[in-house]
Ligand binder design. Structure first.
Ligand code: SF4
Ligand code: SF4
Ligand code: SF4
Length: 255
């Protein structure tokens, strides 16, 4: 049987999620026995023509050029995987969605007249059908490896339905909301990162997007009780996953 052909694409992103691909080096050599990399600009100059079996797409779509390319990638790949928070939910690129575009562009670029961008940035499923999602900023290497193996053996990838709090408790951490009144989004955020931030003393910023059963309004009430200014709570909800209905609900509850 021919090895599945893999393509890795990049749109508006920092390339950190593609790097995780390269970082699974200890297993990559084993995996390479079962897959064939056809297109992956960060890793190889080889560029084979489509069709591809699996397309990993990193980055959000922020301009007409990227919309065209992502639609073409969908046509070229049998299975499309959104690789990381930018592709899944838009990530920090969506921060511009809540500001005047001209103001944003002129703050960043000395010659804004050359910039042709949409008013809003979105994850790729705003434009195309996505078959699987790898969440996080960046994606978790174990989940990436697990997904590749699942696709190879035709098994449905395991999606972690629990919140970051569950992993935080497994790691026997004290809750940062209770000890420090921290603005921690762990209770409304999808687990799978082994609560890496809270385990290292930093609140969860929600980079993996909302978990099932998330109740953002209740969390806002707790933050209000703890005396956090409304605009700070709102910014926390909009930071990574503000383009999701659940986190937007959290931001809208900040009144
Ligand atoms: S999700 Fe984070 S690490 Fe991945 S490409 Fe986007 S900004 Fe970079
Ligand atoms: S610190 Fe954050 S992730 Fe950990 S239990 Fe508290 S709210 Fe949940
Ligand atoms: S703890 Fe929260 S911010 Fe940190 S990696 Fe996990 S989901 Fe992302």
């Amino acid at each position: 049987m021919d090895k599945p052909k893999i393509a890795v694409y990049k749109y508006s992103s920092c390339a950190g999620c593609q790097l995780q691909f390269i970082n699974i080096e200890s297993e990559l050599t084993d995996l390479l026995g079962h897959i064939h990399i056809s297109y992956f600009k960060e890793a190889t100059s080889l560029e084979e023509d489509p069709p591809y079996d699996i397309g990993f797409i990193e980055g959000s779509v922020t301009c007409p050029h990227e919309e065209e390319k992502v639609k073409k990638a969908r046509e070229d790949c049998k299975v499309v995987v959104a690789l990381g928070a930018c592709a899944c939910e838009g990530c920090v690129n969506t921060l511009k969605n809540y500001h005047d575009l001209n103001d944003v562009v002129s703050r960043v670029y000395p010659h804004p007249e050359y910039i042709h961008t949409y008013e809003q940035a979105h994850g790729i499923d705003h434009f195309i059908k996505v078959d699987a999602y790898l969440h996080g900023c960046p994606v978790n290497r174990l989940e990436l490896r697990e997904l590749i193996v699942s696709v190879l053996i035709g098994k449905k990838p395991y999606l972690r339905p629990h919140a970051v709090c569950a992993e935080c408790k497994i790691n026997e951490n004290e809750c940062l909301i209770q000890t420090e009144k921290a603005l921690c989004l762990g209770s409304v955020t999808r687990g799978g990162c082994n609560a890496v931030c809270t385990t290292n003393g930093r609140p969860c910023f929600g980079c993996r997007g909302p978990n099932e059963d998330a109740n953002p309004e209740a969390l806002v009430e707790i933050f209000k009780r703890d005396g956090h200014p409304l605009d700070e709570i709102k910014r926390r909800f909009l930071y990574f996953s503000g383009d999701t209905p659940v986190f937007r609900k959290g931001a809208e509850a900040c009144v």
